[in-house]
Design a protein around this ligand. Structure first.
Ligand SMILES: NC(=O)c1ccc[n+]([C@@H]2O[C@H](COP(=O)([O-])OP(=O)(O)OC[C@H]3O[C@@H](n4cnc5c(N)ncnc54)[C@H](OP(=O)(O)O)[C@@H]3O)[C@@H](O)[C@H]2O)c1
Length: 227
């Protein structure tokens, strides 16, 4: 598996590091090349095979490098710019959306949408037809994601997807970073649950610790089989 990650900042670099630590190839794109290189250095330091951590400074070539493209910028305008620039090349690929609808302002970080709206729906509205949309990694911060990886009784990470290809790719990615995937169903219908303030968000914070498969079933009901 190779995964392209667009916008490696705090969260994206941790996701890339966890993937690389587990032997997944990673291609990093940042619109500021120095930031891509800085992220790559962090990721290579923990990678199973540092030669499989690449930087690509052309967004089209970065997207073309993988079947899975993780959008790890802040939500909103940055997502719009990236998706519009890649355009139809995303069709046939899986786009992983880690976002929460939060704006970083001089007054602090504020929720940008009403509690019934999601950045997942915003992203879905931008994706070209034929793109699989996966909503995952928005529900947990980078430190908890790293701490919860590879536990003897695997910790559950919930996700949603727009179609069967996304469901499969989401499960593979979550497993690849050492978690137990928990499929909730459609990406957009479950986005509010997965994003900031949602019932599935910050599993660790809400429950004081990570949750196991049995606890996930008790909390969320049975894992979804259909989309
Ligand atoms: N941090 C968390 O605890 C956490 C937890 C769950 C989910 N998330 C989600 O993860 C996403 C990223 O959050 P973060 O905390 O990692 O933010 P961040 O550190 O600001 O990372 C976002 C990165 O995207 C870059 N970027 C902006 N526009 C870009 C473009 N057009 N192309 C490529 N890169 C671009 C930014 O660069 P510049 O800053 O130089 O513009 C920045 O390096 C958000 O949607 C957030 O909701 C974060």
């Amino acid at each position: 598996m190779n995964v392209t990650l667009v916008g490696p900042g705090v969260h994206g670099t941790m996701i890339a590091a966890l993937l690389a630590r587990h032997g997944v190839g990673v291609t990093l794109y940042h619109y500021k090349p120095a930031k891509a290189e800085a992220a790559a250095a962090q990721v290579r330091a923990v990678a199973q095979d540092p030669s499989r951590v690449a930087v690509e400074n052309d967004l089209h070539r970065a997207a073309a490098a993988s079947d899975i493209v993780v959008l790890a910028t802040l939500w909103g305008e940055a997502q719009r710019q990236v998706i519009q620039e890649i355009g139809d090349e995303l069709a046939g690929r899986v786009v992983v959306d880690v976002s929460n609808p939060l704006d970083v302002t001089p007054h602090g970080i504020i929720r940008a949408l009403s509690p019934h709206q999601s950045s997942g729906a915003f992203v879905a509205g931008l994706l070209p037809e034929g793109t699989s949309h996966v909503k995952v990694f928005s529900s947990i911060g980078p430190d908890a994601l790293a701490e919860g990886a590879d536990l003897a009784d695997p910790a559950v990470l919930a996700y949603g997807a727009s179609d069967a290809r996304g469901k499969k790719a989401g499960a593979e990615m979550v497993r690849a970073v050492g978690w137990r995937p928990w499929f909730l169903g459609d990406a957009v219908r479950n986005a509010v649950r997965l994003e900031i303030g949602g019932e599935v968000n910050v599993l660790r914070g809400r429950r004081g610790r990570l949750i196991t498969e049995a606890e996930a079933e008790a909390a969320f009901g049975p894992e979804a089989t259909d989309i």
